[in-house]
Design a protein around this ligand. Structure first.
Ligand SMILES: [Zn+2]
Ligand SMILES: [Zn+2]
Length: 110
């Protein structure tokens, strides 16, 4: 278990399955315990905080399809639009090609 404040070289010594504690002490004293699940190389630089796992998907249907009166399950996330809108922007395979062609996107799984 690593406790903050971390020594300057702590990141070099963190191993998979280590746990880290982080105290968010702006008057509330909220303590987070982070567990390292895997260490890999960074694939790309994204500003948007990357959620790898969450309890329930919130946006199941494509908003572009909804506008056309269709219901299509979303299978792609657009990082660019997610950053811009400050929420997960998920779209279907058809609209990721037509509406988010030049954006940074990735397939999602439920
Ligand atoms: Zn769609
Ligand atoms: Zn987009």
């Amino acid at each position: 278990m690593y406790q903050d404040p971390y020594p300057p070289d702590a990141l070099e010594h963190i191993l998979e399955y280590d746990t880290l504690s982080y105290t968010d002490d702006f008057g509330d004293n909220i303590q987070y315990v982070l567990k390292v699940k895997a260490i890999g190389l960074c694939e790309r630089v994204v500003k948007y905080l990357h959620v790898v796992e969450q309890s329930k998907p919130r946006y199941r249907y494509c908003p572009d399809c909804k506008a056309e009166g269709k219901q299509e399950i979303t299978t792609w996330i657009c990082f660019q639009c997610s950053t811009k809108n400050q929420r997960d922007v998920l779209v279907c395979a058809e609209h990721v090609g037509s509406e988010h062609e030049d954006h940074s996107t990735e397939p999602v799984t439920y």
